[in-house]
Every structure is written in C-alpha cells, then in structure tokens.
Design a protein around this ligand. Structure first.
Ligand code: UDP
Length: 193
C-alpha cells in the first residue's frame, strides 16, 4: 500500500523490496519506472497537477530525502528508511550484474557518463553495458532507435527533474524491451567520483 503526502504517492518499500518486485515484473515482461520523491518535489507537485500525475503514474516512488521519512513517522506510516536515487541505482546495477540484464546509461556530460561507467564496471566486472549516450543528444528518435538496438533491459536517465521523467514518459512505449527505467538526476556525477 502506497502512502500519500499532499496527494503524492510514495512506495513504502526497501531497496530489497523494490528489486524483488522489479524482478517479478520483469518475468512478466512488465515495464517499471522509478522516480525519487523528496519534500521539494511534493511541494511542486502540490502546485502543478502535471508533476503530480507524473509522479503518481510511476511504478515506484522512492522516499529519497529525510523529509518524507519524517512525515511517514509522524503519521505512523510504514516508511522506515530512506531509499535514495543513487543507492537505488547501485542496487539495480548489482542486480543487473548478477542476473545478466544489460544496462544503458543516458545523460550527463560525455566525460561524466564515460567516467561513471568505468567506475561502475570496475566494481562490477560482470555487468553487461548495452551502451551510453550523453545528455546533450538532440536527435531523440535516433537515440530511441539506438537504445532499442542495444538490447538494454535497464535504462538510467540522468537529465535532472522533471526533464528525465518527461523523457521517460514520452518514450516508454517506444522502448518495449526496456523493462526498467530510473530517473537518476545527478547520480552519474556521483558515480564518476
Ligand atoms: N543534464 C543533461 N542534459 C540536460 C540537462 C542536464 O544531461 O539537458 C545532466 C547534467 O549534466 C547533470 C544532470 O543532468 O549530470 C542533472 O543533475 P542534477 O543534480 O541537476 O539533477 P537533480 O538530481 O537535481 O534533478
């Protein structure tokens, strides 16, 4: 059961819970989208119905930010710990490496995304990298084609919010074999060190 803050839904799941559910959904060939929720986004969503819909339509709204955790505690909710976007991405990378699901990285500057991939691969030598594209690519149709051709199962989109979530929403149907989409904001910058 999701918890609701000013009309914005949040999943009360842990990293393990989300990865387990994603694995089940992948078996059924169901796409999953992951969006990070923090108090700033809840406030923006409260003013902007489009942003609210964008969040609530996602499969998993992770409680990134201590404010959501505190709000849940105050109302006796089930959220017991933060689930940050960057750590969620790390867990998904571990899962992908373990299960042989290939991953695609889209976003950030060329030197940032390539460095992030090098660091990620160093930690997870078995990870299958389907490909990457920096976040300044203008030809969206060509990019979608490239991701489809890559055979990627998991896609990380790092364009900042809400740009990355809007990109995912626009292209979800055009990427039928990508089963997991996470909007990861500045996470490539974090992984690149
Ligand atoms: N970015 C991009 N293309 C754009 C705009 C931004 O690739 O058109 C990248 C930018 O290089 C940075 C990330 O998106 O790596 C934005 O991170 P930020 O921390 O601003 O996002 P937030 O987590 O605050 O949403």
């Amino acid at each position: 059961m999701k918890e609701t803050y000013l009309g914005v839904e949040v999943s009360p799941l842990t990293y393990e819970g989300i990865v387990n559910e994603i694995e089940n959904r992948m078996t059924r060939h169901e796409q999953s989208t992951i969006i990070a929720v923090n108090p700033e986004k809840v406030i923006v969503a409260n003013r902007d119905p489009q942003v609210k819909t964008l969040i609530n339509e996602s499969t998993f709204q992770i409680p990134d930010g201590v404010g959501v955790l505190l709000a849940s505690k105050l109302k006796g909710g089930k959220i017991t710990s933060r689930v940050t976007g960057v750590d969620m991405m790390g867990r998904l990378l571990d899962f992908a490496a373990l299960k042989g699901h290939s991953v695609y990285f889209y976003g950030a500057k060329e030197e940032v995304v390539t460095k992030a991939i090098a660091e990620i691969q160093k930690e997870r030598p078995l990870l299958l990298i389907a490909g990457y594209t920096n976040g300044y690519e203008k030809d969206e149709a060509a990019l979608v084609q490239r991701i489809n051709d890559s055979g990627a199962k998991i896609l990380f989109v790092a364009l900042g919010s809400p740009k990355q979530e809007l990109w995912i929403k626009r292209n979800l149907m055009n990427l039928p074999n990508v089963l997991v989409f996470q909007g990861v904001g500045g996470s490539f910058d974090v992984f690149s060190g």
